[in-house]
Design a binder for this molecule. Structure first.
Ligand SMILES: *Cc1c(COP(=O)(O)O)cnc(C)c1O
Length: 218
């Protein structure tokens, strides 16, 4: 089933779009089946869960941190993850820089944008993102390689579109602003219910869970 779902998605989604499987709650067995289907990018939300799976699967996959990251989990996170998509504060970036430096790693990051301006959600407000980038651009053990956004959680896909469009515009503005140590390569947006709209709005990295694995059982 996983293999068939991936085949169908890969036929539909353009090649330039990286397909990340959002693997929270999924077993090592399911992930191994996924890897057989040719998807090697995994998005995990929790450091502990990622750590357990990483020790079973290791470098066969590329590990993306797509969940909110607490500073006390950064040390482990920089060991496991190949890219951290959820940076939304100077404090978090400084901690990642410090911990990455300690193990001789240069950590690629995406800045998470709170594109729907939801008060209790993670992510930096769009207008605050250039300031955040300026403040972290001198850090030597990180490199910012793009933006990530969730958008509002709703079944009304057209209601999500303006937030994705706004994030795309920001991606382009930042890309031409010439901030040191910042390269706008990846625009990570689109989930199972919104990936089509997200790609229309310029996403080149989608994060898919349900549509690959079926409904999550917690
Ligand atoms: C779970 C999750 C996804 C995937 O969600 P689906 O609706 O199952 O496709 C994508 N991004 C993030 C940050 C997630 O936590």
């Amino acid at each position: 089933m996983i293999v068939d779902n991936v085949r169908r998605l890969r036929a539909e989604i353009p090649d330039y779009v990286t397909l990340i499987a959002a693997t929270k709650t999924r077993s090592v067995q399911e992930i191994l089946e996924l890897l057989d289907s040719g998807v090697i990018d995994l998005g995990e939300n929790y450091v502990q869960e990622a750590q357990e799976k990483h020790s079973a699967i290791g470098i066969k996959a590329r590990w993306h941190c797509i969940g909110h990251l607490q500073t006390n989990k950064v040390k482990k996170a920089v060991e496991i993850f190949d890219i951290i998509q959820t940076v939304d504060s100077v404090k978090l970036a400084v901690e990642i820089d410090k911990r990455a430096g300690a193990i001789g790693k240069k950590m690629p990051l995406l800045i998470e944008i709170n594109s729907a301006r939801e008060e209790n959600k993670s992510g930096v407000y769009p207008e605050k993102s250039p300031e955040l980038l300026e403040e972290i651009s001198h850090l030597e053990n990180i490199i910012v390689v793009g933006l990530m956004t969730m958008g509002p959680v709703t079944d009304d896909v057209e209601g999500i579109r303006p937030h994705l469009r706004l994030t795309r515009r920001l991606f382009e503005e930042i890309g031409t602003s010439g901030i040191e140590n910042v390269e706008m390569r990846y625009l990570s947006m689109g989930m199972s219910n919104s990936y089509r709209v997200a790609i229309e709005e310029g996403s080149n990295m989608v994060r898919l869970g349900t549509i690959i694995f079926g409904e999550r059982k917690y």
